[in-house]
Structure formats: structure tokens, C-alpha cells
Ligand binder design. Structure first.
Ligand SMILES: [Fe+2]
Length: 267
């Protein structure tokens, strides 16, 4: 049965709809505000629908996940020759559902619950365009991550200087569906050169939107006492490149026209 609606818009609350339509001055174009590279939105996805989505992910995907693991390299300590010169590459441990290949088990399972169709829907990208305030390319990447107990991502910045289309920045949007067995997980991010900002990502139906690159990390997921078995945080992730400045009409996902107050912020 397809739990996920064909259009992402159908998961939204009235506030979520207002954002999609460019009528929420706080959230719309939030990532165009100077210095703001991250926004966390709550009350945007309908709570009952979010619970149904989480249950569908829990039922369909766990057996299809692949581990993604980049541990701390021992050379980062053993290879050091100078004091205080340590360098840490990106470390991570999480599981991922492979959606790049239509033949993968994950893809088939995600397809069955309607997840692929929803993540490919116009309104999914339109929401990212509304919050980021930028026209985005019509082709975007989709991915599903599942954090279990102890899963985390170490400090990294997601900069892609070798990719012409991404080197000047791009947009990520994450939808989170955590199970009740999760005690906590945090996103820590930098502001003005310090890891000073912290936001809980232990949400059911929370949306976070990122204007990358910037430094951030995700703390290890902690389960409630005795609940390791059931503690998971599902992340539905869309990666959006900026539309080229020179483009034909209708070839980008445009942000909605915004109210006068938001226009002032864009200047
Ligand atoms: Fe990241």
C-alpha cells in the first residue's frame, strides 16, 4: 500500500502550505538572509501523516539498508609528526537505502510505499525552493538515511569544489522521522567560525534545510534506556543544485512569489 502521497504537498499542515505558496515571511527565503545557512521547521508536516510515514519506513526498508562507514583513520594519530597538527577527515556511520539503482531492493521497497514518487514530486522541490529562496534545477538527488544507536556524522562541510555546478553552494532538504525509542540526536553547526549552534533532530516530521557548504556534525543517536532495538531516525534527503542564471523559461523550480516583507529581505 502506498502510504506516501504522490505529492509532498499532501503531507503538509496549513503552515506548510503557506510556506509552499510563499506566504510565510519567516520561513520563505529564510536561507537568503545574511549569515543564515540552516533552518529547522516544525509544525509543517501533519503529525498523523508523519507517524504513518515513519511506520511505513519501519515496515518497508530496514532489511534493504546498506552500511556506510568511514571510521577515524589510525594514521590521523599514528602518522602525526608535529604537535597540535591533527586533521580529521569526514567520519560517519549510518545506514543508507540505495535509491540510485532502480534494480536495488531498497528502490523496489521505497517504490512500493510511494516514497520515490513523493521525493520526485514537484512540490518536494518547490518546498526547497521556497525556503532557500532560489531557483533550483529540475533534476535533484534523493537518498534515505537511517541512524541507529551510536550512528553519527563527524565534522564536515559538504563542500564540492571539484563540481562546477555545486562549488558555489547548493541546497539540501532533510525530512526526519524518528521512532519514540530515540532519546536524542543533535545537529551542531558553525556560526562565525565556531561550533556554537545546536538543534535537536529528534523529530517526527521535522524539516531542516541547508545552504551548503558550512561546517556541521550530527551527534551519535542515543536510544532511551533499554530501547536500542527500536531506536531509529529516518532521514529523507533531497539535494538540489542552483538553476543556471541563463536558462529557458520553465526549466527550473522557481521559488514562489513572496510577500512584500520577504522581498525586502532579499535585497
Ligand atoms: Fe552534511
Amino acid at each position: 500500500m502506498k502510504t506516501f502521497p504522490a505529492q509532498f504537498a499532501d503531507l503538509l499542515t496549513p503552515r506548510g502550505r503557506r510556506i509552499l505558496e510563499g506566504r510565510d515571511n519567516e520561513a520563505c527565503s529564510a536561507l537568503l538572509k545574511p549569515g543564515q545557512r540552516f533552518v529547522a521547521l516544525s509544525g509543517v508536516i501533519d503529525a498523523h501523516k508523519a507517524a504513518a510515514c515513519r511506520d511505513a519506513l519501519e515496515a518497508a526498508l530496514p532489511d534493504t539498508l546498506s552500511p556506510m562507514e568511514d571510521p577515524i583513520p589510525p594514521e590521523s594519530i599514528l602518522g602525526m609528526t608535529e604537535n597540535y597538527e591533527e586533521l580529521l577527515p569526514k567520519t560517519v556511520r549510518v545506514r543508507t537505502a540505495m535509491l540510485e539503482s532502480r534494480r536495488s531492493r531498497s528502490y523496489a521497497a521505497a517504490e512500493r510505499v510511494g516514497l520515490v514518487e513523493m521525493m520526485r514530486s514537484d512540490s518536494f522541490a518547490a518546498f526547497a525552493a521556497a525556503v532557500s529562496g532560489r531557483p533550483l534545477r529540475r533534476k535533484w538527488g534523493i537518498q534515505v538515511l537511517c541512524y541507529g544507536p551510536g550512528d553519527y556524522a563527524g565534522p564536515h562541510n559538504d563542500h564540492h569544489p571539484e563540481d562546477e555546478e555545486a562549488r558555489d553552494g547548493y541546497v539540501d532538504m532533510h525530512l526526519t522521522f524518528a521512532t519514540p525509542a530515540v532519546a536524542h540526536q543533535w545537529l551542531i553547526y558553525s556560526k562565525q567560525g565556531h561550533f556554537s549552534e545546536m538543534k535537536s533532530v529528534n523529530t517526527l516530521g521535522g524539516i531542516t534545510v541547508y545552504r551548503l557548504p558550512f561546517w556541521h556534525y550530527t551527534t551519535p543517536l542515543m536510544a532511551r534506556p533499554g530501547r536500542d532495538e527500536d531506536a531509529r531516525r529516518w532521514v529523507l534527503l533531497g539535494t538540489f543544485l542552483d538553476a543556471p542564471a541563463q536558462r529557458r523559461k520553465g526549466t527550473a523550480v522557481e521559488p514562489p512569489p513572496v510577500s512584500a516583507a520577504s522581498v525586502l529581505l532579499r535585497r
